[in-house]
Design a protein around this ligand. Structure first.
Ligand code: KIV
Ligand code: ZN
Length: 516
């Protein structure tokens, strides 16, 4: 067999993934994710859309400062001010990339941009040339390429390569394609764009029909050499192609794809858990590679086969994707230095002894309630400490819930609201309902509860419950997170966290909903 060619892994969890409703990440959370992605040896990390807000700009810049081995990429529409912000944000990176894009499908040209195709082509070329003033590493995407006219697409791709794009990314923005058709489009571009050999052909597939991974793999099979994907398949609507599925598919079936990646697959599960914790999007148990059931064998006949010879029913080993990285790490008697070292491995950075002291206090309190502390507990602890920022308006002070069979549960909650402690009680259909009603009677937020989910962070009855509460108000959606060994306390914390996020407001621009 020929030597496998390299497939470039471009992770967009912190950009396209962050566009999922409520999945927005703080600067500190982005740094933790970037640290693990770098450790996993992802080639390119798309860290955000710097023009969206000053906070987004700072987050991309901080990632560019922190990451040393992966390329750090920033997204920009074709407007010069977007490109200038992206260029400034990636300046500190050892290796930085600007990714600029504009839509090319008839429907986007006519309905969204209301522009002539020739003018769009000129804008794309000008944008690439402008981006080249900041870096040689420029990527261009014709948005909605999956529904664009192929001959126009060929002309745009040829023109942006001549202008200096070193990667051309073909997005199936709305997840409309099917595998053979998408592969055929990639093949057509590769055969009909005269200078295509001067650029890496990339793909970026959305999962609206559940085909993002299949479409990406079909394109890789015909020659695409960069794939854009996200951890856990996080992303707009039904998500993006999932990194873990693509990496394991090409590794397990190298005989078919004849490509390989630089990914250290043992970091896949830790990274999946981190992203799930930070965004509050749980991973479904039957999700390939990173779902809790992905390597467990229920049926007796399968278990018998696996015991005799693993290969009878397993095509990958659980430990190769990091399932046994979740060992017991710390306990009640662990000291400050051990905690610091472990948290740094998980992507935390402590700028002052004060920062560590606070985290250490929280760790000790947790270790009193739960004797065995796993990486997952530490991840939840860091997210909780990060969530309790100084500009928080509301804090949970106390919660008492009474619940007895046959009588409606009652919750009595005490909140610190802008420095003043206030109490309220409420009855509800269940203890969680009573708790949320008690909080609402103090806050009157007017928000609508869109989702409430509880997940056990580790196994065992002393596990912490991790609760996500999604609230919507005035076109905004936020996810609140809370973790505690008592799931009612975790629920109250997550509700309060969501309210704090709503109160903090947001003036971020969405890259694909505006018409620059
Ligand atoms: O889906 C898409 O088209 C995108 C582009 C910005 C690359 O995310
Ligand atoms: Zn996308």
């Amino acid at each position: 067999m020929e030597k496998p060619e390299q497939l470039i892994i471009f992770d967009t969890t912190m950009r396209d993934g962050e566009q999922s409703p409520g999945a927005s990440m703080t600067l500190e959370e982005k740094l933790r994710i970037a640290t693990l992605l770098e450790k996993m040896r992802v080639d390119v990390i798309e860290a955000g859309f710097p023009i969206a807000s000053p906070g987004d700009f700072e987050a991309v810049k901080a990632v560019a400062e922190r990451v040393k081995d992966s390329t750090v990429c920033a997204l920009a529409r074709v407007a010069y001010e977007d490109i200038d912000a992206a260029g400034q944000a990636i300046k500190p990176a050892n290796s930085g990339r600007i990714h600029t894009f504009v839509a090319t499908s008839d429907i986007h040209l006519e309905q969204k941009l209301r522009m002539d195709p020739e003018d769009v082509l000129k804008q794309a070329v000008a944008a690439v040339k402008h981006a080249r003033k900041y870096t040689d590493n420029v990527e261009f995407s014709p948005e909605d390429a999956g529904r664009s006219n192929l001959d126009y697409l060929c002309r745009v791709v040829e023109a942006v390569i001549s202008a200096g794009a070193r990667t051309v990314n073909i997005p199936d923005t709305v997840g409309y394609n099917v595998p053979e058709q998408f592969a055929e489009k990639i093949r057509y571009l590769m055969n009909n764009v005269p200078n295509i050999d001067k650029a890496v052909v990339s793909i970026h597939c959305h999962n609206d029909l559940g085909l993002a991974v299949a479409n990406s793999l079909a394109a890789i099979h015909v020659g695409a050499r960069q794939v854009e994907c996200t951890i856990n398949g996080l992303g707009e609507r039904a998500g993006n192609a999932s990194l873990e599925e693509i990496v394991m598919a090409v590794r397990t079936r190298q005989d078919y794809f004849n490509v390989d990646t630089c990914i250290d697959t043992s970091q896949i599960v830790p990274c999946s858990k981190l992203v799930s914790n930070i965004t509050g999007f749980p991973v479904q148990p039957n999700k390939a590679i990173v779902g809790a059931n992905a390597f467990s064998h229920e049926a007796g006949i399968h278990q018998d086969g696996v015991i005799k010879a693993r290969e009878t029913y397993e095509i990958m080993r659980a430990q190769d994707v990091g399932w046994d990285t979740n060992k017991l790490v710390l306990g009640k008697h662990s000291g400050r230095a051990a905690l610091k070292q472990r948290l740094e491995v998980l992507g935390a950075q402590f700028n002052s002894a004060g920062d560590l002291n606070e985290t250490f206090e929280r760790f000790k309190a947790l270790a009193d309630k739960k004797h065995e502390i796993y990486d997952e507990d530490l991840i939840a602890l860091m997210t909780a400490v990060g969530n309790e920022s100084e500009d928080e308006h509301i804090q949970l002070v106390d919660l008492k819930v009474t619940s007895e069979m046959g009588t409606p549960p009652e919750a009595c909650v005490s909140l610190n609201i802008d420095g003043e402690t206030q109490q309220a009680s409420a009855v509800g259909d269940g203890p969680v309902d009573a708790t949320f009603k008690a909080i609402e009677s103090l806050m009157n937020s007017g928000a609508t509860l869109k989702l409430y989910s509880v997940n056990a962070i580790t196994s065992g009855t002393d596990s912490q419950g991790e609760v996500t509460t999604r609230l919507a108000k005035d076109q905004r959606i936020v996810n609140g997170l809370g973790a505690d060994t008592d799931i009612l306390v975790a629920s109250a914390k997550s509700y309060v966290n969501a309210l704090n996020k709503l109160l903090q407001g947001s003036d971020r621009a969405h890259p694909q909903l505006s018409t620059v």
